[in-house]
Design a protein around this ligand. Structure first.
Ligand code: A3P
Length: 279
């Protein structure tokens, strides 16, 4: 696959970069009047923080509750065309959506309708490494010549969807709202059963312990990687790379690690979301 230049693959909208083959300004504007339903389920994440993992979790929970295998179709609200947006109106409830948009760009109706919003956070260092590898595998994203060059762009917010630190700082202002809950990638890795129970209760998807075990096994890293081509198409494997905590230690220099720590201190020290990451 030949990649075109960064200028062709990304566009700038209000100071933030987005992939131009997937998102458009027109769609962002249309989203302002998007009508959410009160039983919609929205997953909000900065890229590479566990979006697809949680999508699959909600998908399995809904399938079990509906007692039928439902079609795996849970798009990002900001992907596609105006027609894609229109198509969402035909979907049956509960609709599962995800989005990497910063909180100010999430359609207001999700908050007004008190649709459930699940925010997933991950350590910025692991998110950065995951993002770097994802850029390499996706034809829709430009390739970086090296990790060091990518790291600079990551820390300065010159990557798709902008700065991790701004993203989290903005969401921090909303996490006390009753329709918003936060889970971390790290907590899911270390105590998956507890997090699954928390998610099912918050999302109003009540499941027995046995059903939660079924969700757990269907959403393990191995199981998701195995079915990645069915769920995510030909490039599906790229969404399930390592699925571990701490991979950053294999690639970060000490200086880069310090730079992230400083940025974290400046933007997120003392915030509720910052504290959740045990930083
Ligand atoms: P790595 O690149 O570190 O492996 P997103 O879905 O937001 O794009 O996030 C992708 C990251 O989540 C990838 O991280 C991927 O491997 C990890 N991931 C996806 N499914 C997972 C699962 N079931 N268990 C653990 N990690 C998972």
């Amino acid at each position: 696959i030949t990649k075109t230049s960064a200028e062709d693959l990304l566009f700038n909208y209000k100071g933030v970069l987005y992939p131009s083959t997937i998102c458009s300004e027109e769609l962002f504007e249309a989203l302002e009047i998007f009508a959410a339903r009160d039983d919609d389920l929205l997953i909000a994440t900065y890229p590479k923080c566990g979006t697809n993992w949680v999508i699959q979790i909600l998908h399995e929970m809904v399938s079990i509750i509906k007692n039928q295998e439902t079609v795996f179709d849970h798009p990002m609200i900001e992907f596609g065309s105006l027609q894609t947006l229109e198509k969402h109106t035909e979907r049956l409830s509960p609709r599962i959506f995800s989005s990497h948009l910063k909180v100010q760009m999430i359609p207001k109706s999700f908050f007004e309708k008190k649709a459930k919003i699940l925010m997933v956070m991950r350590n910025p260092k692991d998110a950065a490494v995951s993002f770097f590898n994802f850029y390499k595998s996706m034809p829709a994203l430009p390739t970086y010549e090296s990790w060091n060059v990518f790291f600079k762009d990551f820390i300065n917010g010159n990557v798709c969807y902008g700065s991790y630190f701004d993203y989290v700082a903005e969401w921090d202002k909303h996490i006390d709202e009753e329709n918003v809950m936060v889970v971390t990638f790290e907590d899911m890795k270390t105590d998956f059963p507890t997090q699954l129970k928390k998610i099912s209760e918050f999302m109003r998807l009540p499941l027995t312990n046995e059903q939660l075990c079924t969700v757990e096994s269907r959403t393990s890293f191995t199981s998701m990687k195995e079915k990645s081509e069915d769920t995510h198409g030909k490039l599906g494997d790229a969404f399930f790379r390592k699925g571990q905590i701490g991979d950053w230690k294999n690639i970060f220099t000490e200086e880069q690690s310090k730079e992230v720590d400083e940025k974290f201190q400046q933007h997120l020290a003392g915030t509720k979301l910052g504290n959740l990451l045990n930083y």
